[in-house]
Design a protein around this ligand. Structure first.
Ligand code: DX5
Ligand code: ZN
Length: 224
């Protein structure tokens, strides 16, 4: 099943309520929330306070992407703030499995993310523990970058591996530079959760943009 996840990083932060309503009305499934600490990535965004505030005005699935060093320090704060999915980066902590298990114990969905230079096979040992793998299609840190096509090879590798293990329900999310024009490349590689920041929030017709992404996905399923 396909899920569309607009990234709030591309919203107008002076009117979050209205911008969230806009993408909700446009048919978004998730709200992708990019948390950046200025250490793991060279940018700082927002934290649990903002997420708990917008939790009061949105019933979308909150897909919290932690681009922070040693995320185990803060996962409980983000769960308390209302995260439905917590994603940690493989590169950001010394023991991802313990963080993954800790999140699952609290009945929150969990994902592991890899940056563009990280090989696909590092996530193999985690596949049976996670709900989702996030393959970064740009270097994490900023919205509005162009998608790196080679990263989609990793999506294909991970989808094949998951299928070979019988993990056919695993979600694979792509994040960075996804547009209605390249969504078909991501879905045919095996992605089923599409994050799009600028493509949706900056669109004059967000509903048409989301519909075009759904059509692209429908017409271009995993090609094996
Ligand atoms: C980048 C973030 C992305 C980003 C996506 O570090 O993880 O979620 O905001 O924005 P676009 O779709 O504009 O590349
Ligand atoms: Zn993200």
């Amino acid at each position: 099943m396909l899920f569309i996840a607009p990234s709030l990083l591309s919203a107008d932060f002076s009117k979050l309520d209205a911008d969230i309503a806009k993408v909700t009305d446009a048919g978004a499934d998730y709200l992708h929330l990019d948390v950046m600490d200025g250490m793991f990535v060279p940018n700082i965004s927002f934290g649990p306070c903002v997420i708990s505030s917008i939790r009061r005005v949105s019933s979308l699935i909150f897909d919290v992407h932690l681009m922070i060093k040693d995320p185990e320090r803060y996962v409980d704060s983000f769960i308390h703030a209302g995260a439905d999915i917590i994603t940690i980066h493989y590169e950001s902590c010394s023991d991802p499995l313990s963080v993954i298990k800790h999140v699952k114990e609290q009945e929150v969905r969990v994902a592991i993310a890899i940056s563009p230079k990280t090989p696909a096979d590092v996530v193999f040992p985690f596949l049976s523990y996670v709900d989702m793998v996030l393959v970064m299609t740009v270097e994490p840190g900023f919205g509005g970058q162009a998608m790196i096509p080679e990263t989609l090879d990793k999506v294909r590798i991970i989808r094949r591996q998951a299928n070979s293990l019988g993990l056919t329900d695993l979600d694979i999310e792509v994040d960075g530079g996804i547009t209605e024009d390249n969504a078909h490349l991501a879905t045919s590689a095996g992605a089923n959760v599409l994050v799009a920041g600028s493509a949706i929030f900056k669109s004059k017709k967000p509903r048409a943009t989301i519909t075009a992404m759904r059509t692209a996905a429908r017409d271009n399923p995993f090609a094996g």
